[in-house]
Each structure stands twice: as C-alpha cells, then as structure tokens.
Design a protein around this ligand. Sequence first.
Ligand code: SF4
Length: 324
Amino acid sequence: MNYLTIRAKETPLEEEEDEVVPGLVHRYPDRVLLITTNFCATYCRHCTRKRLLGKGGTVKIYQEFERVLDYLKNHPEITDVILSGGDPLTLPLLKLKFILDGLKTIPSIEVVRIGSRIPVLLPMRLFDRELLNLLSQYDFLWLNTHFNHPREITEYSKRAILNLLKCGIPVNNQTVLLKGINDSVPVMRELLKGLLKIKVRPYYLFHCDPTKGVSHFRTSVYKGIEIIEGLRGHISGLSVPTYVVDMPHGGGKIPVMPNYVISMSDGKIILRNYEGMIVSYTWNKKKEEDILWENKEGIYGLLKGKRGYLIPEKTERIERRRNR
Ligand code: SF4
C-alpha cells in the first residue's frame, strides 16, 4: 500500500487534479464545482483555494463556458452545480446572469448552489434590488454561506439572509473549526442557535484543511468530535451540522461523529444516547434468539436480553422524572 504524506500546501484538496474543463471540477458522482472568480469580499486565512485567490488575472471559465456546458450536457448524471471561487456574488451582474442562464439550458441540472461569504462580510451587497431581482429568476438556486463565530451574526447579515429567503433561496451554513475562535462547545452552540434564529440551516462543520500558513488555527479531530458530542441531543437537531474532514489527495469529505453504536449483532444493537444512557434495541427477535451468549452483565447482559438498558445515575432527565 502507498502511504501518501499530508503537508500544508496552497492546494490541499488537489482540486486541479479533478478539473475536467478549466474551472470545472468533477469529483463526486452527481455534482460539480465551477470556479467563477478569483475575487472575494475578504481573503480568509484558512481558505483552501489560496492557489487562486487574490492573485490578479481572471478565471478561465468565460472563454471555456461552451466546453463547460457541453461537459454537463454529456454527463446527465450531474444534477448539482456548486458555484464558487472566489465569491460568485462579487461578480458583475452580467457575468452572473451569463453563468446562471447557461446552466438553465441544461435540463439535467436540478440544483445550483452559490458558495458565498457575502451575507457575512459584505451583507449590504444583498440590499441591491437589481441583484435580488436577478437571483429570484432562478428556481434552482440555493446559497451556502460561511459564518464562523456568533459575533459575525449582525443586523445587516440578518437582513441580507431575509432578502435571500424572500427570493426563494434556502440558506445553509458551513463553518470551519478554528482553534481559539470557535473550538468550544459554548461558542459553537451560540453560533448554531444564532444561525437558526436568522433561518440559516447549519450544514457542515469543516475540520480546518492543512492549507499554508494556518497551522496555528488547526486543532485536533478529537476536539471536533468533542464539540459534536456537546451539540447532538443538547440542542435542536436542526442546528447540528455534519462534522467533516476533507481528505487530502482528493478523497472528499468524510463525516466524523462520536461513537453512538457500542455493539451490534444480527438482531440487536446496543446504542448510547447523548447523556450516556446505554440501550438495547432489537429489530429481529428470531436472530436474537439464535445467538448463544455466555456473559450476562453490562453490555453482554444487554445483548443477552437480561436487561433493556444501562443508564448513568443522576442525569438531568432521570432526576426530572423522579421529581415529577
Ligand atoms: S470567502 Fe471563501 S473563497 Fe473567499 S477567501 Fe474566504 S474561504 Fe476562501
């Protein structure tokens, strides 16, 4: 087996390796990434596209757009296009219209997602009637934004999100886990609950990629798991993002979670809940009876059917039940 080393670099995700037409990255089966600009409202230290952004020049898709559309036509399995960059909402309206009109001609395209930090960093751009009128013409649009800290949720960003929602554009959020910024359960809870309040659905929590110049912001994957442990069950499931590690060498996003499955057989599973309660759940009684169990205590006791659950003492919920 070949073990590939992971080093900080300007292009940790190796998107160029999956570029099928300049600016069009085809990595996953049914979706593609289209790099529409190398310009952003700000340049984030943790950006994974440092190879491209803020370096002047233009991106190539405008000269190559016919080839982009041909590729999409020839691959009807692609139903989802992610417009990114750079920030597509910094584009002149004519360029944005040119791209969206082109995508509209491909019958297999069902969803177009704009990746933009504009609602966070330049929300007043979304007070522009002309831009909003343009966006409201496309039924397939979604927007993925990028709030990292509760302090980024302002009255301006709230208004910008509301304007997008009024255009019929659902808004999701992708947060990057950053050491010393949002790597704590209280900060993350405040951020996620704040997002839900302004009708933004938390979608991903990204482990910070090993891009150049960001090692001081990177924390452990264990810290990310600990944060999800402090969210799942404690706050609404609507506000819990999927924690993912984007694999170097083009491996894509891999979800990472606390372990809620303790043991499993053909007919039964032993699960742990957010407060530490351990429960036996059976879905196939026949299979369960086929198994000969030697041990009777603890987890084995649950599998044997001697007990239905194990529960830590004095959880808030059990205390509430007792005091009813
Ligand atoms: S806004 Fe997004 S694309 Fe632009 S620099 Fe920040 S992370 Fe990168």
